[in-house]
Design a protein around this ligand. Structure first.
Ligand code: UDP
Ligand code: MG
Length: 145
């Protein structure tokens, strides 16, 4: 999920490009305002932490986010590596948060922690489910000569 700071600093194409370069497949994407209930459910594991209220307020009131579903081999682990640790100042330069993160709240993007959590988050953010498409359709882009 590209957080409001990532959308406002025009990082949508940069982020999509990085995941496409890794040959991950986009299976869902939407620009959306986040309602409080969704933000609270998404971050419910942090509900006992002092940062919870600030984080939820931030997601709800700072502008839209881009929710995405990406599929591919080791996608969850690889995307976490590409994102970097929570605090941008702890990140390697060549990570999304390391290059573009402002602070630990405005750290550009959320990535799921595990496949199990990813599936829960997909159900939460995409009640309609991912977009399914027949891989054979890719043949359409083969060149005929
Ligand atoms: N967060 C924070 N301070 C903390 C822990 C978390 O500001 O001490 C915020 C931060 O924006 C982080 C989000 O809460 O991205 C979710 O926390 P998590 O521990 O899941 O970090 P992430 O998986 O995003 O690196
Ligand atoms: Mg997390």
């Amino acid at each position: 999920m590209i957080k409001p700071d990532g959308v406002q600093t025009r990082l949508i194409p940069e982020i999509i490009n990085r995941f496409e370069e890794k040959h991950f497949s986009l299976k869902g994407m939407k620009l959306m305002s986040v309602e409080r209930g969704l933000a609270e459910k998404h971050y419910e594991d942090l509900s006992g932490e002092h940062v919870f209220r600030r984080l939820v307020d931030y997601i709800v009131s700072s502008g839209p986010v881009v929710a995405m579903i990406w599929e591919g081999k080791n996608v969850v682990e690889t995307v976490r590596e590409m994102i970097g640790p929570t605090r941008p100042s702890d990140c390697e330069y060549a990570t999304i948060r390391g290059e573009f993160g402002i602070d630990k709240i405005r750290n550009v993007i959320h990535g799921s922690d595990s496949v199990e959590i990813a599936n829960k988050e997909i159900a939460l953010w995409f009640p309609e489910g991912p977009v399914h498409w027949d891989k054979k359709i890719n043949n359409y882009w083969n060149k005929f000569d």
